[in-house]
Ligand binder design. Structure first.
Ligand SMILES: [Zn+2]
Length: 293
């Protein structure tokens, strides 16, 4: 894997907000304010994060750097070692627990055995954590860090009110986001986070995957979960689906999101896995609701 990163933007997006794109894997975002620069996510390796910072080098030494980890998924924070000696790294309090979970080191071991670029990754934890909201006052721009759980319990989105721009990271995804677990509470959290982001009425909703800033994706994601719940509610005798079990008619990803037929075969397989997990969570949620009636 190469550590290539390129600068990207979207039509109408303010020039103080720059997308740092690591191929098809993930996007990080660099925001310049009067008082400090903010890097939202450090990508998947320190080498990749260094390559990203080199692209914004002219601005880097003008002001202090503040780093935000949107959540503790490997593709968003494994680059932390590239900035740990020069910046505070802010994350949600739940990130602390996830960072120290045995599965985090296990994931690194597995990735390093598959790909040499992960062999020198040294994981660095966030240094500042918060619970609900944290405001970074950059002078000209405000960055509101907002807890948006559901995709993961520690997920944080960034709202920049002056620019009507939301860095939604993985709370919103095209074609669909994925819920953290099959626990109905996580599904409720993800839908609540989508509503919270929708209510911001942003002009730009910048995602970490899917390379779009289209705010319509938020309502499309919400409609997907609403339609899924409604179809599952109408279906009779839905067993809990195991991996490999056929998905009943009307409940396939392509039934819920017809445009998913345009995905590449590998992307389609990837998002069908997301969909199966969302479907299981929805089945549990609907069955739980009917058993308590
Ligand atoms: Zn992600």
């Amino acid at each position: 894997m190469s550590s290539a990163v390129e600068l990207a933007t979207y039509p109408g997006l303010d020039e103080r907000v720059v997308v740092l794109r690591a191929g098809d894997l993930v996007d990080a975002v660099f925001v310049r304010t009067e008082r400090f620069n903010v890097l939202v996510d450090t990508l998947d390796t320190p080498a990749r994060c260094h390559a990203a910072l080199a692209l914004v080098d002219p601005f880097l030494y003008e002001r202090p750097l503040v780093v935000v980890n949107s959540h503790m998924d490997w593709d968003h924070f494994w680059g932390n070692a590239a900035v740990a000696d020069r910046a505070v790294i802010i994350a949600h309090e739940e990130a602390h627990r996830r960072f120290h979970a045995p599965s985090t080191q296990q994931k690194l071991k597995t990735k390093a055995s598959e790909d040499v670029s992960f062999q020198d990754v040294a994981l660095q934890a966030p240094t500042v954590t918060f619970q609900d909201r944290l405001r970074l006052d950059g002078g000209d721009l405000t960055l509101d860090l907002v807890s948006t759980p559901g995709h993961t319990p520690d997920h944080v989105a960034v709202w920049i009110p002056e620019l009507k721009t939301c860095l939604a990271v993985d709370a919103v995804e095209a074609p669909i986001p994925v819920v953290s677990s099959e626990d109905p509470q996580d599904l409720r959290s993800l839908v609540a986070s989508l509503h919270l982001i929708e209510e911001l009425d942003a002009e730009h909703v910048v995602l970490a995957h899917g390379q779009t800033n289209d705010p319509l994706v938020v309502s499309q994601n919400l409609r997907y979960f609403e339609e899924l719940a409604s179809r599952v509610g109408r279906a009779s005798d839905l067993a809990f689906l195991r991996d490999g079990d056929p998905i009943p008619d009307g409940l396939e990803l392509t039934d819920l999101v017809p445009s998913s037929t345009n995905l590449s075969p590998s992307a389609r397989t990837f998002y069908e896995r997301f969909h199966r997990k969302n479907l299981r969570a929805t089945i549990r949620s609907v069955q739980g609701a009917s058993s308590t009636m």
